[in-house]
Design a binder for this molecule. Structure first.
Ligand code: IMP
Ligand code: MG
Length: 182
């Protein structure tokens, strides 16, 4: 089992690049099927969703657009509960079918905030596609329609996700070793 060190923490490989690619392709196939004729606007949530978004989009075969927004609620390995503003969105969402691309839904607070903020721009529909979901940590009622993988509560890095800004570059996902926080 491969182990990496990022700053003061050790992480061991938990989801292979092959598994990630297979599940991302499955989600893309579902979206192709469900949004044919709807010309969806994908909204990728930076920074975490950059790798998921790039890999997913290579399998999207229906007419669509993609744009990028930025916001964050995390510092270190526990949620701070502080939500920053959504920024970078220049598109008119009026009557658009929007599909949010997120790296991970943890407590769901970030997603809830984003839904409220985007909802005020009068889209026709908003859907959520996430690479990862921690079902046991979800605190708010969310309809997360597209999930590549469900994972346990442990803190993870890789494939776009970071620990203090580091570790986004790995093509696989690593889980923290002997965490004293959850
Ligand atoms: P939430 O608001 O609690 O759902 O947190 C969502 C955000 O926290 C995600 O978009 C990630 O940026 C970050 N996050 C949650 N869990 C992890 C993790 O295990 N590793 C790295 N970042 C995480
Ligand atoms: Mg994120």
């Amino acid at each position: 089992m491969s182990v990496i060190t990022i700053k003061d923490k050790r992480f061991s490989a938990s989801i292979s690049a092959e598994t990630i690619q297979k599940e991302v392709k499955r989600v893309a196939d579902e979206i192709n099927r469900d949004f044919a004729g709807k010309e969806p606007l994908f909204l990728s949530v930076l920074n975490g969703a950059f790798m998921f978004s790039a890999d997913l989009m290579k399998h999207i075969t229906i007419p669509c657009e993609i744009s990028f927004v930025k916001l964050a609620s995390y510092q270190g390995v526990t949620s701070t509960g502080r939500i920053k503003e959504v920024f970078g969105l220049n598109e008119d969402l009026t009557d658009r079918v929007v599909i949010i691309l997120e790296d991970i839904v943890d407590t769901g607070q970030t997603m809830q905030h984003l839904l409220e903020s985007l909802g005020a721009r009068h889209p026709k529909e908003i859907h959520i596609a996430t690479l990862l979901l921690k079902p046991d940590k979800l605190k708010v009622a969310l309809n997360v329609e597209y999930v590549a993988m469900n994972i346990p509560n442990d803190f993870i890095v890789g494939y776009g996700l970071d620990y203090d800004g580091m570790g986004r570059n790995y093509p696989e996902i690593y889980t923290i070793c002997d965490s004293d926080e959850s």
